[in-house]
Design a protein around this ligand. Sequence first.
Ligand SMILES: Nc1ncnc2c1ncn2[C@@H]1O[C@H](COP(=O)(O)OP(=O)(O)OP(=O)(O)O)[C@@H](O)[C@H]1O
Ligand SMILES: O=C(O)c1ccc[n+]([C@@H]2O[C@H](COP(=O)([O-])O)[C@@H](O)[C@H]2O)c1
Length: 289
Amino acid sequence: MSTSPHLTESFTNPENYTFPHNRLSTILHNPNKTPIVLVACGSFSPVTYLHLRMFEMAKDYVRQNTDFEIIGGYLSPVSDMYKKPGLLSARHRVNMCTLAAEDSDTWLMVDPWEAFQSYQRTAIVLDHFDHEINTVLGGVQTASGEKRKVRIMLLAGSDLIGTMSEPGVWTQPVNGIVQLEHILGRYGCLIVERAGTGMDQATDSLARWRSNIHLISQLIQNDVSSTKVRLFLRRGLSVRYLLPNSVVDYIEQNGLYQDETTSILSTNSNPDKGKEREAAAGASKKEAH
Ligand SMILES: Nc1ncnc2c1ncn2[C@@H]1O[C@H](COP(=O)(O)OP(=O)(O)OP(=O)(O)O)[C@@H](O)[C@H]1O
Ligand SMILES: O=C(O)c1ccc[n+]([C@@H]2O[C@H](COP(=O)([O-])O)[C@@H](O)[C@H]2O)c1
């Protein structure tokens, strides 16, 4: 792993922010393994079982195919300033992710750092995790007391990684540094196959970082998406068993996704996720400068 500096000298924290690390393992059980933390960035509007499944698939993949040991996993909901269609307020998205994480395994956490401030590029978000886990917390310890640096890795669906190959915001430098080099060269990622986006198609032009890109195949096809869940809710259809029960209850109790006025922008069901993301990230970037 490269030791290039972070893309920013200092990180802006939201008011009253503390980095959640209650479920982060403090011990590296196998000293021969490289400790890693998985970070999934996205809208999570709302979080679905497929988002949680990504972490489970990654856990199996890591155990069977790598020399890594996972010491924690984070959902990092994007800022309201991302302004993607269908994006509910950060407060609700963070609350739903928190319920989902509590409901699930014991190693998942939600970091609200990104959600409660201006739009942050993904490279900066990974730097923030690196800073909190390695600089502030001092990494992880082996059973013999030796301190080890934790490697941060992006966990994403193949549709998201597919957009990295397209010319656009991902390829625009952050503070003069090419951010794909930073994300894929310094950190690396685990990519979960997503119905509708081929793995080859997603990674063809990212070949130079091949050794840092881990491809995880879907053995059970499931194309649940937040867009479809929102559509169901607007039509008054049940979404139970597509999301954790606690999240379904939260949506019902708060009357979320009933109509277009509950989202940051009006909702739509545009299937062209790549273009939607590029537009959202591009707009947020322009506003940030
Ligand atoms: N069914 C799925 N299979 C694999 N990856 C998924 C799936 N659903 C979401 N992801 C991944 O989860 C991350 C966050 O996703 P995001 O919040 O955008 O969900 P989404 O369902 O794509 O949302 P939307 O429908 O609002 O665009 C992304 O990396 C995305 O690729
Ligand atoms: O950093 C970038 O250049 C960049 C460009 C496009 C998308 N992203 C991130 O990718 C995630 C996409 O989320 P979503 O909901 O559009 O799948 C979200 O966390 C964005 O901040 C990041």
